[in-house]
Design a protein around this ligand. Structure first.
Ligand code: ME8
Length: 520
């Protein structure tokens, strides 16, 4: 097994069904996990649900359910969404699990042993929607003079006995962390925001509540439950077996990447490293705050009636087209917009017309004109140039960009190689060579066959079902589908030696129809 790679998503609040933002994050994490596996790394991928806190308690009360009933019902929708979108996680963690309570109490004890916890009284603002405390100076004024959080959510004045964490003692250490590890927070704009926030001075953080009991109990202080973010962040350790000294913990902690949205960067890059430093645990290597996905440029909300169920969207356009669109359309880290017509336009142009058509045309010609028999590979100069272009895109450019989480740029390099192949087909016109120069036709089709093999392996993390279907048609065995197998000539020779023939291809990316009611 290769070098370990531990990636996590945020754990979602199961106070409703998953929305497109949840799908976006899960898909991006899955693409990263599959990509790293494809490079030979030993990947662990964790996701889950964040089931405690006031937001869950209030929603359950409104619905006349217990919070646990709500969590059980809704977390199943998140599990189902992952199955529907081909999200291949290793661990789905629910914070109501017994082992998670034990892990959270242990990190609490360690912070306490380090002298970082003390009992006092909290008086200040709290946003239930964000599950966040805000300083008076951070609030903004909404319509009618209402005080709102910087995220625009309602805040309430809260007064209660509370445990505090000595966050104020960690400002210098956090600033040193950011400057010594410039990639700890990405993208850079988020790092600058966080450094500015810490630079203003940090106040101690209220880390327990007494006015409700839906949470993890504070050890030795039974009338307190922990602030939901203490419990939520600890999920990244629980899934590895913490506090037991498991093999998984030794191998995968610290995490390589916490993938989260831009609204929760503060919790992950200020609170979380401070808690870990206090508990004497190693810090994650990177936190990436991706952008928000907007529906035709607007935030989805019940009042606008534009809330999209990601599972429906995948049902309508296909899982792979949806995954491709999201990774291709939006520069990762920035906000992006989607609409049915944008999905159809992008996927038809690139997946169906360019890549899908290349595969379909080439395999059909091999099937019809060569009886599906590959024979030996006779290269010539033109083919070498084509194959070198494809190899560079697939072996160098796409992996380099994906490693840096620049998915759109990586796919762009891949698309250019697809275009080069299509230009080559048009130039060489293998259908015309059939009568005039059958040897040359074979050489052209075999070059394309090899190019398609590499293009398909490279894009597999993004569109796994369709790419695997193509690789099945090409006869590439499952254990030779990693990026590490690109340009693998032995495979081709052994494939030819068996005399196995290529069957009639079936299209991997049919054209999508623009739904009438969505046409702009
Ligand atoms: O924040 N576009 O849970 P959550 C893209 N439980 N991403 C979005 C989005 C959008 N429109 N809306 C939300 C929580 N997200 C906490 C996390 S982690 C220890 C605890 C992202 O269900 C959001 O930024 O509100 C977050 O990363 C994830 O979806 C879950 O959001």
């Amino acid at each position: 097994m290769g070098e370990p790679f531990y990636i996590t998503t945020a754990i979602s609040y199961p106070n409703g069904k998953p929305h497109i933002g949840h799908a976006y994050e899960a898909i991006a994490a899955d693409v990263i996990a599959r990509f790293q596996k494809s490079q030979g790394r030993d990947v662990r991928f964790q996701t889950g649900t964040d089931e405690h806190g006031l937001k869950m308690a209030q929603k359950a009360r409104d619905l006349g359910k217990t919070p646990k009933e709500l969590a059980d019902e809704m977390s199943q929708h998140f599990i189902d969404m992952c199955a529907a979108l081909n999200i291949n996680y290793d661990v789905f963690l629910r914070t109501t699990e017994e082992r998670h309570h034990a892990a959270t109490q242990e990190i609490w004890r360690r912070m306490e042993a380090n002298g970082d916890l003390y009992l006092d009284r909290y008086e200040g603002w709290y946003s239930v929607r964000d599950e966040a405390y805000y300083d008076e100076s951070e609030l903004v004024t909404g319509e009618g003079g209402a005080k709102l959080s910087p995220q625009g959510t309602p805040v309430e004045w809260t007064v209660e006995e509370s445990w505090f964490f000595r966050l104020s003692a960690y400002g210098e250490k956090l600033l040193a962390l950011y400057s010594d590890n410039p990639d700890f927070i990405r993208p850079e704009s988020r790092r600058n925001e966080m450094a500015a926030f810490v630079g203003q001075g940090l106040r101690d953080l209220s880390v327990s509540r007494t006015s409700f009991d839906w949470g993890v109990k504070v050890p030795g202080s039974d009338n307190h439950v922990m602030y939901v973010w203490v419990d939520a962040l600890t999920n990244y350790l629980t899934g590895l077996g913490f506090p037991e000294e498991t093999d998984a913990f030794a191998k995968y902690w610290p995490a390589n990447l916490h993938l989260i949205g831009k609204d929760i960067v503060r919790f992950h890059t200020i609170y979380w490293p401070a808690f870990l430093m206090s508990a004497n645990l190693p810090l994650p290597r990177q936190v990436f705050g991706h952008g928000f996905l907007l529906n035709r440029g607007q935030k989805e909300s019940k009042s606008l009636g534009n809330v999209t169920d990601p599972v429906d969207l995948a049902g309508r356009f296909g899982v792979d087209p949806l995954r491709y669109f999201l990774m291709r359309e939006v520069a990762f880290g920035q906000d992006g917009s989607y609409s049915p017509e944008a999905i159809v336009t992008r996927c038809n142009a690139e997946l169906a017309n360019s890549y899908g058509n290349l595969v379909q045309r080439t395999l059909s010609m091999i099937f019809k004109n060569m009886d599906g028999e590959l024979g030996t590979f006779a290269s010539n100069d033109a083919d070498d140039t084509l194959l070198a272009t494809v190899a560079q895109a697939c072996r160098d450019d796409l992996p380099r960009e994906f490693e840096a989480l620049n998915f759109s740029a990586g796919i762009d390099a891949w698309m250019r190689a697809v275009f080069a192949c299509n230009a080559y087909v048009d130039e060489q016109a293998p259908w015309a060579l059939r009568k005039t120069d059958p040897e040359r036709m074979r050489a052209v089709l075999l070059s394309l066959f090899m190019a398609i093999r590499d293009l398909t392996i490279a894009i597999l993390p993004v569109v796994p079902a369709a790419a695997n279907k193509v690789l099945d048609q090409l006869g590439v065995p499952a254990h030779r589908r990693g990026i590490e197998h690109l340009g693998d000539g032995d495979w081709f020779l052994s494939r030819v030696a068996t005399g196995e023939r290529l069957g009639a291809p079936s299209p991997a990316f049919p054209r999508l129809e623009m739904p009438e009611d969505d046409a702009a």
